[in-house]
Design a protein around this ligand. Structure first.
Ligand code: LMR
Length: 398
């Protein structure tokens, strides 16, 4: 019966995590999956989340079905974080937002919506992008193409090529954009470059799909949302998927959101209805626990402030690790430029190592990074950064 079922080779990122977990070497280092580990190499539980958990647990609460769109407080939390607390677009009720099962769930619901209502649209992703972007859109029968983004030779964005590419796309084609902390390269656009991109998106009638999974890890909560807010200001309709996996350190709770910015309240209401229907068709409604944490932290002024501070502390530790790795590498590998490490934002660094060098790091030094050379800098700490720098120097030299 199952003779024709094809073998699944596994996911390049999640599969790496399994391999790392199975590795018994004591000095192993996980720089693969996009997860923040603290200075002690542990996955943190944020203080604001602990407080929210205590409130949920006392008294132990019932678990009803949530609405298809999730908790109203979760949805409001997403909206205010993305668009700004007093954003006119929210007061005008022009944003249809649902709570989703992580950022991936938001992308999936968005991809299904696009396939149904814009059946001729192609979705263009950056070259390179997070591998699951392609898998999710293709999995919803949306044809996927790539736009030029990163130049390995100069470790920078191929901005002119990217813009020229957008200028020849067709109306209703989707461009998937990373507002901050580009995954996998860590290399972001400047605000001036965003202005130019959004102008072309508007002129060509393209659909901007902003995927923001690392808000707060780049510059700050507001600056990281610049492209989203600027697009709204320019009157662009837009999809925004957001994730709380990283900035609430709630990976396994699967909490995120999908927001669709519409030209009018009436359109937003219809879009909201269709998003609900899509959810019903796939998984009916989201789970309760993570949604309750989001609701509490996002809507309690004090907890929210505490949360922002905790995110910035994670951001700053990553930045410190970038500088440290850069200075050790500069000393060990003279003549090679490591400036890219501090020009990139967020958790990831595209190191430019070859797949063979990445493989050597894994087999000889138990250092795990993605074969495209993406390193999760958030896996570095004072105890392992020299070890990693030494190993990188070694594979670069021989
Ligand atoms: C990553 O890029 O490593 C994360 O977004 C985790 C994932 O699901 O791939």
């Amino acid at each position: 019966m199952f003779a024709s079922i094809e073998f699944y080779a596994g996911d390049p990122i999640l599969g790496l995590m399994d391999k790392y977990n199975a590795d018994s070497r004591a000095d192993k280092v996980n720089l693969g999956v996009g997860v923040y580990y603290d200075e002690a190499g542990k996955l943190p539980v944020l203080e604001c989340v602990k407080t929210a958990e205590e409130r949920i647990a006392d008294p132990i609460s019932p678990r009803p079905y949530l609405p298809m769109a999730g908790l109203p407080g979760h949805r409001k939390g997403c909206q205010e974080l993305l668009f700004g607390k007093d954003a006119p677009v929210l007061q005008e009720n022009r944003v249809a937002t649902i709570a989703t099962i992580g950022g991936s769930g938001a992308l999936k619901v968005g991809a299904e919506f696009i396939n149904k209502w814009f059946p001729h649209a192609k979705c263009y992703v950056s070259d390179p992008t997070w591998g699951n972007h392609i898998a999710i859109f293709e999995g919803s029968d949306v044809e996927v193409g790539k736009y030029p983004y990163y130049d390995n030779a100069t470790s920078s964005v191929k901005f002119d090529e990217m813009l020229a590419f957008f200028k020849q796309l067709n109306k209703d084609d989707v461009v998937l954009l990373h507002p901050c902390c580009h995954n996998p390269t860590g290399m972001d656009l400047t605000q001036e470059q965003w202005d130019q991109v959004l102008t072309v998106v508007k002129e060509r009638g393209l659909i901007a799909f902003m995927d923001i999974a690392y808000q707060g890890f780049g510059e700050d909560m507001d600056s990281d949302a610049y492209p989203i807010r600027k697009g709204v200001e320019m009157g662009l309709p837009m999809f925004v998927s957001n994730s709380y996996s990283k900035n609430l350190s709630l990976y396994g709770e699967r909490v995120g959101g999908l927001s669709v910015v519409c030209p009018s309240e009436e359109e937003a209401a219809r879009v909201f209805g269709q998003l609900n229907f899509t959810v019903r068709q796939i998984y009916s409604s989201p789970p309760t626990h993570g949604g309750r944490i989001v609701d509490i932290v996002m809507n309690d002024e004090q907890l929210h402030e505490q949360w922002v501070g905790e995110v910035y502390a994670m951001r700053d530790r990553i930045k410190a690790m970038r500088s440290k790795l850069k200075s050790v590498l500069e000393a060990k590998v003279p003549g090679r430029n490591f400036d890219y490490l501090t020009r990139q934002n967020g958790m990831f660094s595209f190191t430019g190592l070859t797949p063979e060098q990445v493989e050597r790091l894994q087999s000889e030094f138990a250092i795990y990074m993605v074969s495209n050379s993406r390193m999760c800098v958030a896996g570095l700490n004072e105890n392992n950064v020299d070890y990693v720098a030494n190993a990188m120097a070694e594979v670069l030299a021989n």
